[in-house]
Design a protein. Structure first.
Length: 479
């Protein structure tokens, strides 16, 4: 199929419901198709055709009249259902179900090796249960009406299993490297915050609003996920892989990661295929769950449920629900939605990422919800080595107070517990603090230019460039 291919979108729902084609239409457009017709039916599923056979005949008429090159069905079709529908359509017209379409979009947006591997894994897992049907159709020398991964042969099933095993191992290797990187960043004083939510909720726009620009030219190998820009487009699945950028609250340095958006009714095998990407959410210190507040209340509720189903299976971090795009609705409508969604989204933060509304309140809330830091006070001898440690503390925590005397420096700071332990260890290596008896604190008097240079070096040493943990300098961030 080319990007200009014309399609008819169709959907079946239970007899008590009304089919909604808005999402499948958006997905078709996101994949590059031109929608030239629609068809819906409310009835129980037919084992042979999914729809009623008469409705499939109507579909064939619409295809002939419109000249559509494919039919996209907003349901998961069994292989024989796909074949049977295809048998009633003109020769050459392709039958694409919901998940084949999603995989096609993923394939178009997969720009990194990890994303490409995850898409390939999902395609293989989707194809594997269809091998038996392909074999049956091939034996009868009949035309399959569904997209496949090649013509059927007897070795195909084992080939697919071998490929799944290989790709799974490759993704596990990538995941291990990413977990090591996450721990290195935590050890460097960063909190890890993940953006999650339904696709097209405005996560990438919020990332741009919260994050500072990074200069990563010299560190691209260590930080392939630290992209210079994050797209903000009114388009489904703009973000497929992960994009990580630095952001700051008043006291905390955070690394904010945007990832693929959720979508309703995703099967377990598809979620599992993107496990490596979702680990950025599952293993974060805090999750920002972004919801489009301009949508209907029913749509918001459904998407919150979908997001919770994905998150709560493995996620252990606290979650802040963000109602985005509040500039598109009235205050009265917002309050009604907040009240109606209280059980699913208690105490949400209402913002407009596009219009910079209430972003400061969001950063305050982020700081409140992040894991608590500990407070520490160290007294160090006034040496070059101590100045290096003080510089390290500036880079990895938040310095609240420091005081110099003639022979020591006292520094009070807050940081992650692991950073506190490292600072204590480094301090103990400098001197036996327990036996060190400083004189009464006195204002320092510089006897020479070298004294002032040593004392004030701390004010500049921690203003360094991006290090191996992904941290930029205060100077680079315009402090």
């Amino acid at each position: 199929m080319t990007e200009s291919s014309s399609v008819i979108v169709a959907a079946r729902c239970p007899s008590t419901e009304t089919a909604d084609l808005s999402e499948i239409t958006d997905l078709a457009i996101a994949a590059g198709y031109s929608v030239v017709g629609t068809l819906t039916q409310s009835r129980d599923e037919d084992a042979a055709y999914h729809f009623g056979e008469g409705k499939v005949d109507q579909l064939a008429v619409k295809v002939n009249q419109s000249g559509a090159e494919a039919v996209i069905i907003d349901n998961r079709l069994g292989p024989y259902q796909t074949y049977n529908i295809g048998g009633k359509l003109p020769t050459g017209v392709e039958v694409i179900d919901r998940f084949t379409l999603i995989l096609e979009i993923f394939g178009q947006r997969a720009n990194t090796r990890k994303a490409q591997l995850q898409v390939e894994l999902a395609e293989l897992r989707y194809e594997l249960p269809r091998i038996e049907a392909k074999a049956s159709l091939a034996k009868r020398d009949e035309r399959p009406g569904f997209m496949g991964l090649g013509e059927y042969d007897e070795s195909r099933e084992q080939d697919i299993k071998n490929q799944i095993s290989r790709i799974t191992q490759d993704l596990e290797t990538i995941a291990q490297k990413e977990e090591t990187r996450r721990e290195q960043r935590r050890e460097s004083g960063f909190d890890l915050v993940a953006l999650a939510g339904y696709t097209n909720a405005g996560k990438s726009t919020l990332l741009r609003r919260l994050a500072s620009d990074l200069s990563i030219t010299e560190n691209e190998d260590q930080h392939p996920d630290l992209l210079k820009t994050a797209k903000s487009e009114d388009q489904l699945f703009t973000t497929l892989g992960t994009t990580t950028r630095r952001a700051q609250t008043q006291r905390r340095d955070i690394l904010l990661t945007d990832t693929v958006g959720f979508i309703s009714e995703l099967p377990h095998w598809l979620v599992e295929s993107f496990q490596s990407t979702l680990d950025s959410v599952y293993r974060a210190d805090l999750v920002l769950l972004v919801v489009d507040a301009s949508e209907s209340l029913d749509a918001m509720r459904e998407k919150l449920v979908t997001s919770h189903d994905t998150l709560y299976e493995r996620n252990e971090a606290p979650i802040i629900t963000i109602l985005n795009k509040v500039d598109l609705i009235s205050d009265t409508e917002l309050q009604k939605k907040v009240a109606a969604l209280d059980a699913l989204a208690p105490n949400p933060v209402a913002v407009s990422a596009a219009e910079d509304v209430n972003i400061e309140s969001l950063t305050d809330r982020i700081e409140q919800e992040l894991p608590a830091w500990q407070k520490e006070r160290l007294m160090l001898p006034l040496t070059d080595e101590s100045m290096s440690l003080v510089s390290w503390i500036y880079d990895h925590g938040h310095v609240e107070n420091k005081q110099y005397t003639t022979d020591q420096v006292t520094i009070e700071f807050t940081a992650r517990p692991a950073i506190i332990e490292q600072a204590r260890s480094k301090a103990s290596e400098l001197t036996e603090l327990s036996s060190y008896q400083p004189k009464s604190p006195q204002p320092i008097e510089a006897d020479s230019e070298s004294d002032w240079f040593r004392i004030n070096r701390i004010e500049h040493r921690h203003l360094s460039s991006l290090d191996a943990s992904g941290k930029t300098s205060e100077a680079a961030d315009g402090k």
